[in-house]
Design a binder for this molecule. Structure first.
Ligand SMILES: Cc1cc2nc3c(=O)[nH]c(=O)nc-3n(C[C@H](O)[C@H](O)[C@H](O)COP(=O)(O)O)c2cc1C
Length: 371
């Protein structure tokens, strides 16, 4: 049904318009009590064995919606209704900004991929904070807030910009993510270098504690798949040293290696971040490396090319406690989470592990056992 809708309606539309249309339908459904009750009952995770405890929260399952879909925190209930147990809104920047000129989102249908150079189009921290403060939630998924740098702010003032966002948004967040890995804000990914990352993460931690004295808001950093292995290790070590709560691996890639020959070459040449199936192998590799380095001292969130329950299971065995997706949601539609939950429950039942928590990082322990 969704595939037909995708082929006949969405695929003929500009991808960004299609996104806004689909998202408005989701929000409308969530605003209709009967519809949302039925939808949530059908789509929410049910299997008790999929329950996860992470970042100080009890969740019904490991799956969440990755940042970028709901940049301004406008449709949290609708996304929770579709079965996402955590929703990461943003990226939100210190000041509102329009993002890059359109056209800035491209579908690579044959590759189950997207290229985007949205450039953090968002309403800014104050407006998003006001929306979150006014929110009367119907559903209460774990709410992540992802923050990034305003484009017009020079790199030398980046810390202050992230602090502005933290002060406004931390009070509303179940967890906060420092995004230093989008390829679409010039210079942003330089902040992944530990000499920049250390003062940034320290300042954000302090700002979150100042803004929310009664509660320790978990803090994560989101990294790019294009980091060299030594840099991944350096970020992992820094995260442990600074007492961060987790790492999200990964954002989109500037590489174009994973694309099939079927992809129109003019699309592959578009600048921006590539997401979806072609980034899966590298995202998994980064995750594996992180877990080998930090074990269970940090919560690792696996994202990048997760499309099937098998993909998610591999991330969990490699060390992910939570798993996110964006691109596959666009291709798979509103029943995606239901399929993922059912598939994952089947894989868990067929495995030697009684709970998901036992399976997290299990491939590393198997290797140690075999060595
Ligand atoms: C259109 C689009 C916009 C995105 N915007 C953001 C963003 O604002 N902040 C962010 O941290 N990641 C953003 N991402 C990256 C995703 O959160 C995710 O890390 C990446 O797409 C890999 O996952 P996927 O293959 O499941 O899409 C965006 C991705 C897409 C496709």
């Amino acid at each position: 049904m969704y595939r037909l809708l995708f082929r006949t309606v969405f695929c003929r539309m500009d991808p960004e318009r299609a996104h806004h249309l689909a998202f408005s339908w989701i929000r409308r459904a969530a605003a209709t009590p009967v519809l949302r009750t039925f939808a949530a009952a059908a789509l929410a995770p049910r299997d008790r064995r999929l329950r996860v405890e992470a970042l100080g929260r009890r969740m019904h399952g490991p799956f969440g919606l990755a940042a970028g879909f709901d940049k301004n925190a406008e449709g949290i209930d609708g996304l929770a209704m579709l079965g996402f147990d955590h929703v990461e809104v943003g990226t939100v920047t210190g000041s509102a900004q329009p993002g890059n000129p359109k056209k800035r989102l491209f579908r690579l249908v044959e590759d189950r991929a997207l290229i985007n150079r949205m450039g953090f189009n968002n309403e800014g921290a104050a407006a998003v904070a006001a929306r979150l403060a006014a929110r009367q939630p119907v559903f209460r998924p774990t709410l992540g807030v992802n923050i990034g740098k305003t484009k017009a702010v020079p790199e030398s003032e980046a810390v202050a910009d992230y602090v502005t966002s933290t002060e406004a948004l931390a009070p509303h967040a179940d967890y906060l993510v420092v995004n230093v890995s989008s390829p679409n804000t010039p210079g942003l990914r330089n902040l992944q270098a530990t000499e920049h990352l250390r003062p940034l993460l320290t300042a954000v931690r302090e700002a979150a504690d100042r803004a929310v004295p009664a509660r320790r808001v978990p803090l994560l950093v989101k990294i790019a798949p294009d980091l060299a292995d030594e840099d991944i290790d350096a970020v992992a070590d820094l995260a442990v040293e600074l007492g961060l709560d987790g790492i999200i691996a990964t954002n989109t890639t500037v590489a174009r290696d994973g694309l099939g020959l079927t992809c129109a070459p003019e699309l592959a040449a578009e600048t921006g971040g590539l997401s979806g199936a072609p980034v899966a192998d590298r995202s998994l590799e980064v995750l594996r490396r992180l877990y080998a380095r930090v074990g269970d001292r940090l919560v690792l969130v696996g994202v990048g090319g997760v499309g099937t329950a098998e993909d998610a299971w591999r991330r969990i065995l490699a060390g992910a406690t939570l798993v996110q997706g964006y691109t596959a949601f666009l291709y798979e539609g509103p029943f995606w989470m239901r399929r993922m939950h059912r598939g994952l429950a089947r894989l868990l039942a067929a495995s030697p592990y009684a709970t998901l928590a036992e399976a997290v990082g299990a491939e590393h322990r198997r290797q140690e056992g075999a060595a």
